[in-house]
Structures are given as structure tokens and as C-alpha cells.
Design a protein around this ligand. Structure first.
Ligand code: BTN
Length: 235
């Protein structure tokens, strides 16, 4: 595992994508600042000093089936949550498909991109950064101050442990842990997929990684979509 540290990049995911052939499994790129940080669905990820901003490479094990690719974001999410628990004890929640929430606010976002047959797992965590006034209602940082490099290493190490468990056939154990931290469970949500949107009650994350939503007394399964929480919160 090697770690390349930069003061500034456009995006750690972009850098890893550009030089992908130079990297091995679990190699890490980190940056103190990103000028064009990217989130999911083409969103911008605003970066500020004190965040953990990094990407690492995952070269999937040969035992991994293509249908398991959708589980990688979930594994990255629960591994990040578990690493954070070891750094600062808090009641973190996992928001399907791969965000970490604390006190109903976003603490971390994850962007997994498939490049050739590899995955770039890009993670942003609000660690030491101050949350701006405009974002205070929806975002949160950790309470204490931490060494960013140690946080990054802890997350990648935890991911490698969870990924090994997954490859060894322990998906159901991981899934239980994911569901035990399921932020959306029993919340009234709206899910938007392209132009279509559906409202219902979020339930568990199913064995294949899809989210179960009860819509008009029927359970429907969703593999992707933008979630809005309808009752209690506006995000
Ligand atoms: C999201 O919440 O939509 C995902 C955000 C992912 C942000 C991280 S920061 C490090 C890496 N580089 C990027 O450009 N994006 C990811």
C-alpha cells in the first residue's frame, strides 16, 4: 500500500483515474484541498481544509461476481462507519447507498467509480473542518481534532478487513451490520430516478444491496436513486 499526499488536486478520484496503471490494490491518494471535488450524480463536493479527502484503488478479487459490484459502495460505507467509531465514539448511521450521518447530518460522502476492471473508492469526511453557516443544518464534523493521515489509514485498513470478510462469504454478517445502522429505516422518503419519483416507507437493505421501500402496501426494490426524507427532515 502506498500513500501519495498532495496539498491540492482537482479531485483525488480524477488523479487516480488518470494514472491508474501506476497504482496497486489499496494505494491511496490524498489531498488537503480539492478544486473540483466530485460527488455522486454529478454533484460538486465542496472541499475545505481539515477534511479527509482521499481515494484508494480496489482491484476486485477474482472470486467476486459482477452482480456483487453494487455491494462495494455499501461495504465502503460500513467500513468507514466502523473506522470512525474507533476514532471517536458516536452514534453514526449509514445512509443507503453510502453516506455516513451523525445527528441527522451528513458527516461523510463516498463516490465509487469503476475504471476498467478496477474501482476507485473516493471518500470525503468532515473531520477537523468548520462547517459553514449555510451548511450547518445539513452537515457535521467530528467533535474532536484528529490526525487526518491516521483517519485515512484507519478507513482503508477497515475497508480491507470488511472486503476480506465479504470475499470469504460473510456478506450476510456485513449486511446485518449495515442494517443495524440503517439511517433510512422506517422513514417516509421520496426516491427519484431520472424523471420518475416514488414515495413510501424505507425498510431494510435487501440481500442484493437494493433498498426495500413500502409503496402502497407493496414492497418495491430500488438499486439506485436520489433520496429525500419527507417527514421530520428536509434532506
Ligand atoms: C457524495 O456525497 O456525493 C460523494 C462525495 C465524495 C467526495 C470524495 S472527496 C475525495 C474524492 N474525490 C472526489 O472528487 N470525490 C471524492
Amino acid at each position: 500500500m502506498k500513500i501519495l499526499k498532495f496539498d491540492e488536486l482537482d479531485s483525488t478520484n480524477n488523479y487516480m483515474k488518470e494514472y491508474i496503471s501506476a497504482f496497486n490494490n489499496y494505494d491511496i491518494i490524498s489531498a488537503k484541498n480539492q478544486t473540483s471535488g466530485r460527488g455522486r450524480r454529478g454533484n460538486t463536493w465542496l472541499s475545505s481544509e481539515g477534511m479527509a479527502l482521499f481515494s484508494f484503488l480496489l482491484k476486485p478479487n477474482k472470486k467476486m461476481n459482477i452482480k456483487d459490484y453494487t455491494k462495494i459502495p455499501l461495504i465502503a460505507g460500513i467500513a468507514t462507519l466502523s473506522a470512525l467509531k474507533k476514532i471517536e465514539k458516536n452514534d453514526y448511521k449509514f445512509k443507503w447507498t453510502n453516506d455516513i450521518y451523525l445527528n441527522n447530518k451528513k458527516l461523510s460522502g463516498i463516490l465509487v467509480e469503476k475504471v476498467e476492471n478496477n474501482f476507485i473508492v473516493g471518500i470525503g469526511i468532515n473531520v477537523n473542518n468548520e462547517i459553514s453557516k449555510e451548511l450547518k443544518e445539513i452537515a457535521i464534523s467530528l467533535n474532536g481534532k484528529y490526525d487526518i493521515d491516521k483517519v485515512i489509514l484507519a478507513v482503508v485498513e477497515e475497508f480491507s478487513k470488511y472486503y476480506e470478510k465479504f470475499i470469504s462469504g460473510n456478506w450476510l454478517e456485513l449486511l446485518k451490520e449495515i442494517n443495524d445502522h440503517n439511517f433510512l429505516k422506517n422513514k417516509e422518503i421520496m426516491i427519484k430516478i431520472g424523471e420518475a419519483s416514488y414515495s413510501g416507507k424505507a425498510l431494510n437493505i435487501a440481500e442484493d444491496g437494493r433498498l426495500e421501500i413500502e409503496i402502497d402496501n407493496q414492497i418495491k426494490y430500488f438499486s439506485a436513486g436520489e433520496i429525500k426524507i419527507e417527514k421530520g427532515f428536509n434532506r
